[in-house]
Design a protein around this ligand. Sequence first.
Ligand code: PRP
Ligand code: ADE
Length: 192
Amino acid sequence: MFAAENGLKGDPRLQGISEAIRVVPHFPKPGIMFQDITTLLLDHKAFKDTVDIFVDRYRDMDISVVAGVEARGFMFGPAIALAIGAKFVPLRKPRKLPGEVISEAYELEYGTDCLEMHVGAVEPGERAIVIDDLVATGGTLSAAIRLLGTGFLLLDPLKLFHLHDFVYLDPVYSLHNPSHDGFQCSHRTIGS
Ligand SMILES: O=P(O)(O)OC[C@H]1O[C@H](OP(=O)(O)OP(=O)(O)O)[C@H](O)[C@@H]1O
Ligand SMILES: Nc1ncnc2[nH]cnc12
């Protein structure tokens, strides 16, 4: 769900967050409208508002795991984890973690990639949220879901656009709806 369509309707922080994201046409290749969150990171208020909104939403929900997707999930996840009293679990690209890992491959627009997590980082029965900056094809997020298993909450703090429908176990919560940027958004949430 988009934050602007529920409890945060009319919240001026959402506009500030949207405006802090720079859109770079034709990067890294022709036809791509790149959603650049580095400009949001430079804007203390927008950055703090982003973290605060998710902390307010997910505190007191018995969440013990914040899983961040490399690399941009690492920019938001640790701050949220500390504030809600959860551990931070990095979901890393291949061959970065030194211990025993479990891996999940996923499809990219061209080719495949893989996410890895240390064995034992998450215990059975823990409640987790997943942090990333956006969903494009959903391949990355789907791999994160498979890696963690079932029974967790799913969080996508800066979901910028959504090109396909997905089935989620729990709400995907987004602060910025990029439809005004020319993206076609579709969004379906199961179980919320
Ligand atoms: O929905 P998808 O099609 O899977 O795309 C979304 C993913 O793409 C970007 O990461 P990227 O793979 O570019 O890696 P980076 O964060 O290291 O730049 C973004 O941060 C998401 O993780
Ligand atoms: N349009 C986009 N902007 C930023 N990161 C992306 N990752 C995949 N597509 C992207």
